[in-house]
Design a protein around this ligand. Structure first.
Ligand code: DLL
Length: 432
């Protein structure tokens, strides 16, 4: 038996869904053109008027939006509603310069939470469930999104946020949590801690987990399922499109259904911007057709994946996306935090180091590690090294929000490259 939150939408015929998308797209383009001068300028430059967009077939005529646009327009430049109509902001984990601030009206929050509710119901959630949300709460969208979705489903919601793992397990046991929402790496860590505390999956009542916000493999899925005795479902989203719930997995566990009544997906060639046919691998682009305050049109996610309309055994007709298979930029996701190497470089230069560095990311016991090798300035006294490493690590933590291990190496010891410098060594096997 498959569970639906809104069967009429989730199983709608393609024809009816397209009608909804066409109508909403036309209205959304008009809304954006009239209220967002930044995007109006982009449309004017491309010679496109709202009247030129009559259906989803015309989508390709619209200009793309990128993270650079968001940065340039920060903080209010892409806002499409008066601030007085907005009730919330959320933001990406990246700091200085890279921060994306998304705005929500009350209606935006309701629709976002509905999308998350669909994911919870698809994972078997009902008002009989106890849903433990261990995504971070605060500016990050994970906690607030799944929290709202859980309320909509009527689950007893445990707003735990992340951390304090033994306490998580105690609550899980005392209150009989049946659904767990967190990053896959934290789920694995909870599973290991459960085992280390001497418990087995029989000592908890969990039946399902809703895990996303970072790449994870099928191997990791199997491991988490075994450790916790659950079925593990994937969920995808990004701050720019509201947060989690843009797409979610069903019982088939072969890709995530996109909530197409809210987001129109396209796959493009990241080099040329050309739209690719269904089934081809490329960069995922979203147009949000229901958001009021922060409605991004043709937003380039930089996530590489494939879309498929192959019939799904769950009965949903919503198009499916594969797990993201990589990125078309250099963004890393470390312990759930979005990290750009350029942020680390900025700190190094500010602190008087040369930009010769190497970032090493690995995954040990299902938890990400971040090591940064940096060259010490000429003439550094060896006895100063520990203090210098500590101070640099703390400056990088302030920038990124996560703690690295910094290793100062002798000057000129990092191999110089004759081509593109290899700044990042990612030893994690995150993609199948
Ligand atoms: O990570 C929103 C989210 C929260 C999704 C909780 C799922 C669960 P950002 O911090 O803006 O938002 O990061 C967005 O994370 O472009 C992807 O590269 C990556 N990402 C998100 N979900 C997945 C997933 C949230 N299921 C960026 N698999 C996106 C792989 C994911 N990567």
């Amino acid at each position: 038996m498959e569970n639906y939150r809104s069967k009429e939408i989730e199983c709608m015929s393609r024809e009816d869904m397209k009608k909804i998308q066409d109508e909403r797209l036309v209205a959304q383009v008009k809304h954006v053109y009239e209220n967002v001068p930044y995007y109006r300028d982009l449309m004017d430059k491309k010679g496109v008027k709202p009247e030129d967009i009559k259906s989803t077939e015309d989508l390709y005529k619209l200009p793309f939006l990128t993270k650079d646009d968001l940065r340039e327009a920060y903080p209010y430049g892409l806002l499409a509603k008066p601030l007085a109509d907005c009730v919330r902001i959320q933001s990406t984990s990246g700091t200085t310069g890279k921060r994306v601030v998304a705005f929500y009206t009350q209606n935006d929050l309701d629709l976002w939470e509905e999308c998350c509710a669909r994911a919870i119901v698809a994972a078997g959630g009902t008002n009989e469930d106890v849903c433990q949300v261990c995504y971070g709460y605060g500016l990050f969208t994970g906690g607030p999104g799944l929290n709202g979705g859980s309320h909509k489903v009527g689950c007893l919601t445990l707003p735990m946020s992340s951390g304090n793992t033994e306490r998580q397990i105690q609550f899980m046991r005392d209150l009989g949590s049946t659904i767990l929402c967190c990053t896959p790496s934290y789920a694995a860590y909870i599973g290991e801690t459960l085992r280390d505390m001497g418990y087995t999956p029989d000592d908890i009542k969990l039946k399902a987990g809703i895990f996303g916000a970072e790449p994870w493999t099928e191997e990791m899925r199997r491991e988490i399922e075994k450790l916790l005795g659950i079925k593990a479902y994937d969920i995808y989203g990004l701050t720019e499109t509201s947060g989690p719930g843009v797409s979610f997995e069903c019982s088939e566990q072969t890709g995530m259904h996109i909530n197409e009544d809210h987001f129109i997906p396209e796959i493009i060639n990241p080099e040329t911007g050309e739209v690719l046919p269904e089934g081809e691998k490329g960069e995922l682009v979203f147009t949000s057709i229901t958001k009021e305050a922060f409605p991004l049109l043709r937003y380039r996610t930089r996530d590489i994946c494939v879309l498929s309309r192959k019939k799904c055994s769950c009965g949903r007709t919503l198009i499916k996306m594969t797990k993201p298979m990589g990125r078309s930029d250099d963004m890393l996701i470390i312990r759930g935090v979005n990290v750009f190497p350029s942020q680390i470089e900025t700190v190094l230069i500010e602190k008087g180091y040369t930009p010769n560095y190497q970032i090493e990311v690995d995954r040990v016991n299902n938890s990400d590690t971040l090591d940064i090798n940096v060259e010490a300035p000429e003439g550094t006294d060896v006895s100063d090294v520990p203090a210098m490493e500590k101070s640099l690590a703390s400056a990088i933590k302030t920038m990124l929000g996560i703690s690295p291990k910094v290793h100062l190496l002798p000057p000129k010891s990092i191999v110089r490259s004759e081509g593109k410098a290899v700044r990042v060594i990612d030893k994690r096997k995150l993609h199948d």
